[in-house]
Design a protein around this ligand. Structure first.
Ligand code: URA
Length: 242
Protein backbone atom coordinates (compact mmCIF):
# COMPACT_ATOMS: atom_id res chain seq x y z
CA UNK A 1 0.00 0.00 0.00
CA UNK A 2 1.13 3.51 -0.65
CA UNK A 3 -0.24 7.00 -0.15
CA UNK A 4 -1.68 8.42 -3.32
CA UNK A 5 0.52 11.54 -3.23
CA UNK A 6 3.61 9.37 -2.78
CA UNK A 7 2.58 7.23 -5.75
CA UNK A 8 2.18 10.38 -7.83
CA UNK A 9 5.53 11.77 -6.72
CA UNK A 10 7.26 8.44 -7.40
CA UNK A 11 5.66 8.38 -10.85
CA UNK A 12 7.23 11.76 -11.49
CA UNK A 13 3.95 13.66 -11.82
CA UNK A 14 4.89 16.40 -9.38
CA UNK A 15 6.43 16.89 -5.97
CA UNK A 16 4.53 15.39 -3.10
CA UNK A 17 3.21 18.83 -2.09
CA UNK A 18 2.08 19.65 -5.60
CA UNK A 19 0.50 16.19 -5.86
CA UNK A 20 -1.51 16.89 -2.72
CA UNK A 21 -2.76 20.05 -4.34
CA UNK A 22 -3.80 18.15 -7.47
CA UNK A 23 -5.69 15.68 -5.27
CA UNK A 24 -7.43 18.48 -3.36
CA UNK A 25 -8.41 20.11 -6.66
CA UNK A 26 -10.13 16.89 -7.76
CA UNK A 27 -7.74 16.18 -10.63
CA UNK A 28 -6.97 12.64 -9.57
CA UNK A 29 -8.96 9.47 -10.14
CA UNK A 30 -8.35 6.04 -8.67
CA UNK A 31 -10.04 3.17 -10.49
CA UNK A 32 -12.24 5.67 -12.25
CA UNK A 33 -13.34 7.51 -9.11
CA UNK A 34 -12.34 10.98 -8.07
CA UNK A 35 -10.34 11.02 -4.83
CA UNK A 36 -9.96 14.24 -2.86
CA UNK A 37 -9.25 12.70 0.49
CA UNK A 38 -5.75 13.40 1.79
CA UNK A 39 -3.68 10.39 2.77
CA UNK A 40 -5.77 8.04 0.62
CA UNK A 41 -4.00 4.71 0.37
CA UNK A 42 -3.77 2.80 -2.85
CA UNK A 43 -2.55 -0.62 -3.80
CA UNK A 44 0.28 0.36 -6.12
CA UNK A 45 0.20 -3.06 -7.78
CA UNK A 46 -3.47 -3.09 -8.69
CA UNK A 47 -5.05 0.33 -8.59
CA UNK A 48 -5.26 2.44 -11.70
CA UNK A 49 -4.49 6.11 -11.26
CA UNK A 50 -5.32 8.93 -13.65
CA UNK A 51 -4.14 12.51 -13.24
CA UNK A 52 -6.06 15.02 -15.36
CA UNK A 53 -7.35 12.07 -17.34
CA UNK A 54 -3.93 10.61 -18.07
CA UNK A 55 -2.89 7.23 -16.68
CA UNK A 56 0.21 7.32 -14.53
CA UNK A 57 2.38 4.47 -13.35
CA UNK A 58 5.55 3.82 -11.42
CA UNK A 59 8.35 1.38 -11.98
CA UNK A 60 7.62 -0.83 -9.02
CA UNK A 61 10.94 -2.61 -9.19
CA UNK A 62 12.60 0.69 -8.43
CA UNK A 63 10.16 1.94 -5.83
CA UNK A 64 11.76 1.72 -2.42
CA UNK A 65 9.59 0.47 0.41
CA UNK A 66 10.31 0.74 4.10
CA UNK A 67 8.52 -1.09 6.87
CA UNK A 68 9.04 -1.61 10.55
CA UNK A 69 7.74 -4.73 12.24
CA UNK A 70 7.33 -5.92 15.81
CA UNK A 71 8.64 -9.44 15.45
CA UNK A 72 7.22 -12.05 17.80
CA UNK A 73 9.37 -14.86 19.13
CA UNK A 74 9.41 -17.91 16.91
CA UNK A 75 9.80 -16.11 13.57
CA UNK A 76 13.04 -16.41 11.61
CA UNK A 77 14.64 -13.26 10.19
CA UNK A 78 15.37 -14.92 6.86
CA UNK A 79 13.58 -14.76 3.55
CA UNK A 80 13.13 -18.49 3.21
CA UNK A 81 13.28 -21.52 5.41
CA UNK A 82 13.68 -24.98 3.93
CA UNK A 83 12.07 -26.51 6.97
CA UNK A 84 8.92 -24.46 6.51
CA UNK A 85 9.26 -22.47 9.70
CA UNK A 86 7.60 -19.07 10.09
CA UNK A 87 9.61 -16.14 8.73
CA UNK A 88 9.30 -12.38 9.13
CA UNK A 89 8.21 -12.17 5.48
CA UNK A 90 4.80 -13.34 6.64
CA UNK A 91 4.42 -10.10 8.58
CA UNK A 92 4.69 -7.69 5.61
CA UNK A 93 2.90 -7.40 2.24
CA UNK A 94 4.24 -10.11 -0.04
CA UNK A 95 4.31 -8.06 -3.23
CA UNK A 96 6.85 -5.61 -1.89
CA UNK A 97 9.77 -8.07 -1.94
CA UNK A 98 11.18 -6.87 1.32
CA UNK A 99 14.00 -8.32 3.32
CA UNK A 100 15.12 -7.75 6.88
CA UNK A 101 17.83 -5.26 7.81
CA UNK A 102 20.14 -7.36 9.94
CA UNK A 103 18.76 -10.13 12.07
CA UNK A 104 16.97 -10.92 15.25
CA UNK A 105 17.34 -14.43 16.60
CA UNK A 106 14.37 -16.72 16.31
CA UNK A 107 13.67 -16.31 20.02
CA UNK A 108 14.20 -12.56 20.15
CA UNK A 109 11.21 -10.29 19.67
CA UNK A 110 10.95 -6.64 18.78
CA UNK A 111 11.79 -4.01 16.23
CA UNK A 112 13.06 -5.00 12.80
CA UNK A 113 13.24 -2.90 9.65
CA UNK A 114 12.23 -4.51 6.37
CA UNK A 115 13.06 -2.90 3.04
CA UNK A 116 14.06 -3.48 -0.55
CA UNK A 117 16.61 -0.64 -0.31
CA UNK A 118 19.96 -2.39 -0.43
CA UNK A 119 21.93 0.80 0.23
CA UNK A 120 20.06 1.45 3.45
CA UNK A 121 20.49 -2.16 4.56
CA UNK A 122 24.20 -1.99 3.88
CA UNK A 123 24.61 1.36 5.65
CA UNK A 124 22.60 0.44 8.73
CA UNK A 125 24.40 -2.84 9.23
CA UNK A 126 27.91 -1.59 8.49
CA UNK A 127 29.91 -1.61 11.76
CA UNK A 128 31.58 1.71 11.00
CA UNK A 129 28.27 3.54 11.40
CA UNK A 130 27.82 2.21 14.94
CA UNK A 131 24.04 2.37 14.72
CA UNK A 132 22.78 2.06 18.32
CA UNK A 133 20.35 -0.74 19.04
CA UNK A 134 18.52 -0.96 22.33
CA UNK A 135 17.32 -4.16 23.97
CA UNK A 136 15.42 -5.15 27.06
CA UNK A 137 16.88 -8.35 28.42
CA UNK A 138 15.65 -10.39 31.35
CA UNK A 139 18.28 -12.69 32.82
CA UNK A 140 18.60 -15.19 35.62
CA UNK A 141 20.22 -15.38 38.12
CA UNK A 142 20.82 -11.75 39.08
CA UNK A 143 24.33 -10.76 37.91
CA UNK A 144 26.82 -9.04 40.19
CA UNK A 145 27.45 -5.31 39.76
CA UNK A 146 31.07 -6.12 38.92
CA UNK A 147 30.04 -8.37 36.05
CA UNK A 148 27.69 -5.73 34.68
CA UNK A 149 30.52 -3.15 34.84
CA UNK A 150 32.75 -5.58 32.99
CA UNK A 151 30.21 -5.88 30.16
CA UNK A 152 29.74 -2.10 30.12
CA UNK A 153 33.39 -1.43 29.47
CA UNK A 154 33.64 -4.00 26.67
CA UNK A 155 36.48 -6.38 25.87
CA UNK A 156 36.79 -10.11 25.37
CA UNK A 157 33.63 -12.12 26.10
CA UNK A 158 34.98 -15.47 24.98
CA UNK A 159 33.42 -15.71 21.53
CA UNK A 160 34.64 -12.28 20.40
CA UNK A 161 35.53 -8.83 21.65
CA UNK A 162 32.84 -6.25 22.20
CA UNK A 163 32.93 -2.49 22.37
CA UNK A 164 31.76 -0.52 25.37
CA UNK A 165 28.00 -0.34 25.73
CA UNK A 166 25.33 1.16 27.99
CA UNK A 167 23.54 -1.02 30.51
CA UNK A 168 20.99 0.16 33.05
CA UNK A 169 18.96 -1.82 35.51
CA UNK A 170 15.23 -1.69 34.94
CA UNK A 171 13.77 -4.15 37.45
CA UNK A 172 15.16 -6.44 40.04
CA UNK A 173 13.54 -9.55 41.47
CA UNK A 174 14.86 -12.33 43.62
CA UNK A 175 15.65 -14.74 40.79
CA UNK A 176 16.12 -12.40 37.86
CA UNK A 177 16.97 -8.91 36.69
CA UNK A 178 15.90 -6.89 33.68
CA UNK A 179 18.28 -4.49 31.95
CA UNK A 180 18.08 -1.97 29.15
CA UNK A 181 21.15 -2.47 26.97
CA UNK A 182 22.32 -0.27 24.11
CA UNK A 183 25.02 -1.66 21.85
CA UNK A 184 26.69 0.17 18.98
CA UNK A 185 27.53 -2.88 16.92
CA UNK A 186 25.62 -6.00 16.01
CA UNK A 187 27.63 -9.14 16.37
CA UNK A 188 25.88 -12.46 16.07
CA UNK A 189 23.83 -13.18 19.23
CA UNK A 190 25.67 -10.38 20.95
CA UNK A 191 23.36 -9.63 23.86
CA UNK A 192 22.85 -13.32 24.58
CA UNK A 193 26.58 -13.98 24.43
CA UNK A 194 27.31 -11.04 26.74
CA UNK A 195 25.05 -12.29 29.51
CA UNK A 196 25.91 -15.93 28.99
CA UNK A 197 29.56 -14.95 29.41
CA UNK A 198 28.83 -13.75 32.94
CA UNK A 199 26.94 -16.94 33.75
CA UNK A 200 23.34 -15.87 33.16
CA UNK A 201 20.56 -17.54 31.33
CA UNK A 202 18.53 -15.33 29.00
CA UNK A 203 14.86 -15.45 29.98
CA UNK A 204 13.59 -13.02 27.35
CA UNK A 205 15.18 -10.65 24.86
CA UNK A 206 13.43 -7.89 23.03
CA UNK A 207 14.79 -5.12 20.82
CA UNK A 208 12.95 -1.90 21.55
CA UNK A 209 14.78 0.65 19.38
CA UNK A 210 17.11 1.19 16.46
CA UNK A 211 18.63 4.61 17.02
CA UNK A 212 15.62 6.71 17.98
CA UNK A 213 13.19 4.61 16.02
CA UNK A 214 11.14 2.73 18.59
CA UNK A 215 8.30 0.26 18.65
CA UNK A 216 5.87 2.88 19.91
CA UNK A 217 2.29 1.83 19.29
CA UNK A 218 3.19 -1.13 17.10
CA UNK A 219 1.62 -4.28 18.43
CA UNK A 220 3.38 -7.63 18.42
CA UNK A 221 3.23 -9.28 14.99
CA UNK A 222 2.19 -6.05 13.25
CA UNK A 223 3.97 -3.94 10.66
CA UNK A 224 3.67 -0.40 9.39
CA UNK A 225 5.28 1.65 6.66
CA UNK A 226 7.85 4.14 7.83
CA UNK A 227 7.06 7.84 7.51
CA UNK A 228 9.26 9.86 5.16
CA UNK A 229 10.84 11.61 8.14
CA UNK A 230 11.74 8.27 9.66
CA UNK A 231 13.33 7.05 6.42
CA UNK A 232 15.28 10.29 6.25
CA UNK A 233 16.48 9.78 9.81
CA UNK A 234 17.58 6.20 9.12
CA UNK A 235 19.44 7.33 6.01
CA UNK A 236 21.28 9.85 8.15
CA UNK A 237 22.23 7.10 10.59
CA UNK A 238 23.46 5.02 7.65
CA UNK A 239 25.23 8.05 6.17
CA UNK A 240 23.36 7.87 2.88
CA UNK A 241 22.60 10.98 0.85
CA UNK A 242 18.88 11.72 0.72
N1 URA B 1 21.54 -9.91 20.39
C1 URA B 1 21.13 -11.18 20.48
O1 URA B 1 21.66 -11.95 21.27
N2 URA B 1 20.11 -11.57 19.72
C2 URA B 1 19.47 -10.78 18.87
O2 URA B 1 18.54 -11.19 18.21
C3 URA B 1 19.92 -9.45 18.77
C4 URA B 1 20.96 -9.05 19.54
Amino acid sequence: MMRLQKFMATAGVASRRASEKLIAEGKVNVNGRKVTEMGFQINEYKDIVHVRGKRISVNLKEAKMYYVINKPRGYLSTSKDERGRKTVLELVPKEDRLYPVGRLDQNTSGILIMTNDGDLTYGLTHPKHEVPKTYVVKVSPVPTKENISKLRSGGDIGVYKIRACEISLRTLEEENATYVVTIHEGKNRQVRNMFEYIGCEIVTLKRIAIGELSLKGLRLGKSRQLEDEEVKYLKELAEIEN
